[in-house]
Structure formats: C-alpha cells, structure tokens
Design a protein. Sequence first.
Length: 132
Amino acid sequence: MAGDLRIEQLAEQSAQTVKRGALENVFHEAAHDERVYLPQLLMTESAIARARGEVQVADASIRRAIGEAREQEAPWLELLARVDLYEHPGATAEDRDALAALVGRLPEAGETTAVKKARALLEGTKPRPMVA
C-alpha cells in the first residue's frame, strides 16, 4: 500500500513537471514569436499560481501581464490584468490609482463586464479578499 501511494505521488509529480514544461514552452514561443498572446498567458500563469497558493508568483505574473499589455498598447488586456490584480490582497494604492486612470481612459467600454467590475472594485461595492 505504501508503495502504491509513492507511485501515485511520483506520477503526480511527473505530470506536474510535464505541465510546467509545456507551459514554459508556450511562454518561450509567445515571447519570441507570438507576443500578442503573452498578456493572456501571463494572466493564466497568475491564476494557476494563485490556485497553487503561490501568491508571489501570481502577483509577479499579473504585473508582467500588465507591463506587456502596456508595451503592446492593449488597454483592454491591461484592464483585465489590473482588475485581476486589484481583486487580490497585495494590490497597492498605486495599483488602485492606475486602475482608476485606465477606466477613465476607456469611456467607450463603460457598459462591459470588465469595466463594471473595475468600477465596483474601485467604489468598494465588491469586497476584496481579506489577507489571512
């Protein structure tokens, strides 16, 4: 029985290693050939890290997504990343100000779900998660 459990653990570790390797390959391709997808990939990486409890990795990934979206001049992707960042503990006053400024620059998107969510976060009508 103990041997079976060890085999299952090794199999799970191998699967995780393969998944990480596949994700690293996707990032490599995106960084060199298809940067247009990089902000979304970084947001996905952030979500995966957050689900694993890797808060620092998640925050770093979402901040990289913001930087990449800004570099690509993609305000919609920047908005999605900033909303994600501001929803979690660790967001700063500067992050709030940047989100507010971005929402102000997107009046044509005012009725979209992302902008409504951003406004709710900024107005404090949607509770932010508490730090445990």
